[in-house]
Design a protein around this ligand. Structure first.
Ligand SMILES: NC(=O)c1ccc[n+]([C@@H]2O[C@H](COP(=O)([O-])OP(=O)(O)OC[C@H]3O[C@@H](n4cnc5c(N)ncnc54)[C@H](O)[C@@H]3O)[C@@H](O)[C@H]2O)c1
Length: 429
């Protein structure tokens, strides 16, 4: 049985500790939480006990991370902190003799990626990145169809991702709204989508050109639309009561306990106005990518849409695949009842060049992220089984997926196309 500690006891953490405490007690022993915020760790412990019937575990403040590793002697450190801090814990955990499971994005810029690569080289430890979307049955099915040559060689892909006014807005209410924390949506969110591209096509990105900006959220955009009433955060604000974008923490006991009651320690405000000042990430993005196998991608991401999900079209030498997936809306960390990213609709259609189009049957997927979450958990914490799709993502997959976004961020600044191989000197395939 492996021993685990988890650093970053916020919204996403429960996905991991809940699974270990409930379904994977035979294979995993969860021994400690680490965070900058004691109140949030105490709440995680309360959930462990009340919701999962698991004894409370030790807690350590972030400054005691080394002491936690020395005392608890875990095999694996799970990193679910804010993106800006992932690399610090990944590297330190490896230096102290642990393997790492990290949430996406593995990290957010070239320097931090290099630190992780150097750490792996120095210590020989393993880093896994939890790309849950790969495991969603429809995404695995697309990989299978392309791998099996159903539409021949894929020459181009048109991929549109829509984030809606609940979930999309959520990135503009808190730490993600600053590039220094999240790398912007091209890194923070699109890491999933660019990973899917690498996974589906089994290739690596070569050249990236991006355009975009903050065109909807933010105070200036709201002013241009004639808005005159503003507020800094929803809690305690009269103006926020009329704002459909406002998040009311006090109305949701889970969000209140995790964030509102904890903010006295670190000033982390979870409910800032999406029409406030100081947002420096984009909400409207278009990206062109060319891949090593010569396929081209046209991609767009918009964060203020009436529905959430994606459409993707693959054009091959023998036909075309068209897929549509509509996700159910949610606020991360339990604001809504639905599992994060569970589905309302999905379809995959194959259009052979000279035959009648047909719908592809997709296995049922229960649970979050289109049914990907439970399969990922089994892969992480269950008894190991062969996976013909090699969905377990390594640090190389982690880097490959963020390089497209990092190159995109550079392109946004310079107005030029960026060669991915100029950014980092490692072999990606
Ligand atoms: N795969 C997915 O679908 C998915 C979904 C949601 C979030 N995530 C990822 O999970 C991570 C956490 O996101 P979240 O929504 O839970 O955010 P959150 O803000 O709810 O939680 C982050 C936690 O990190 C802690 N933290 C901040 N700085 C720290 C530091 N220096 N040391 C230790 N702890 C620190 C915070 O106190 C907080 O408890 C992010 O990297 C995000 O990308 C992934």
């Amino acid at each position: 049985m492996k021993k685990y500690v988890l650093v970053g006891a916020g919204g996403r953490a429960e996905f991991f500790y809940g699974a270990m405490a409930k379904d994977y007690r035979e294979t995993c022993q969860l021994v400690a939480f680490c965070d900058v915020n004691q109140t949030r760790m105490n709440y995680a412990n309360q959930l462990l006990e009340e919701k999962y019937n698991h004894p409370q575990i030790s807690t350590y403040l972030a400054s005691d991370f080394d002491r936690m590793i020395e005392t608890e002697k875990p095999d694996v450190v799970i990193v679910t902190t804010i993106d800006r801090t992932h690399h610090t814990y990944i590297v330190r955990a490896m230096e102290l003799g642990c393997d790492v499971i990290t949430e996406k994005p593995m990290t957010m810029d070239i320097e931090k990626s290099q630190e992780i690569l150097d750490g792996i080289e120095r210590t020989g430890r393993e880093v896994r990145v939890t790309f849950n979307y790969r495991y969603a049955p429809h995404n695995t099915k697309i990989r299978e169809l392309i791998r099996d040559g159903v539409i021949g060689e894929v020459k181009s892909v048109h991929f549109e991702w829509a984030l809606d006014t609940q979930h999309g807005a959520d990135y503009f209410r808190r730490w993600h709204r600053n590039k220094a924390n999240s790398g912007g949506l091209l890194v923070h969110k699109s890491t999933h989508h660019f990973d899917l591209m690498n996974f589906w096509l089994d290739t690596t990105p070569e050249t990236v050109y991006a355009t975009g900006g903050l065109h909807f959220y933010g105070k200036e955009n709201a002013e241009k639309r004639g808005e005159t009433r503003f507020y800094q955060r929803a809690h305690g604000s009269e103006v926020a009561k009329d704002d459909p974008f406002a998040l009311h923490l006090e109305e949701n006991p889970h969000l209140k306990a995790m964030y509102l009651d904890a903010e006295k320690e670190d000033g982390y405000q979870r409910d800032q106005s999406v029409f406030g000042d100081g947002i420096d990430i984009e909400d409207t993005l278009g990206v062109n990518v060319t891949y090593k196998n010569k396929a081209i991608l046209t991609y767009s991401l918009n964060a203020y849409q009436p529905w959430e999900g994606f459409r993707v079209h693959f054009n091959g030498t023998k036909g075309r695949i068209e897929a549509v997936v509509v996700e159910r809306s949610y606020i991360n960390s339990g604001g809504e009842k639905a599992d994060e990213g569970s589905l309302e609709a999905r379809s995959i259609r194959v259009l052979p060049m000279f035959d009648a189009p047909y719908e592809v049957e997709i296995e049922d997927g229960e649970g979050g992220h289109g049914g990907g979450d439970p399969v990922l958990l089994q892969d992480l914490f269950g008894v190991p089984v062969e996976d013909e799709f090699n969905r377990a993502a390594s640090h190389i997959d982690g880097i490959k997926s963020i390089l497209t976004g990092i190159a995109g961020n550079i392109s946004l600044k310079t107005g030029q196309a960026v060669k991915v191989s100029d950014l980092l000197d490692i072999k990606l395939d």
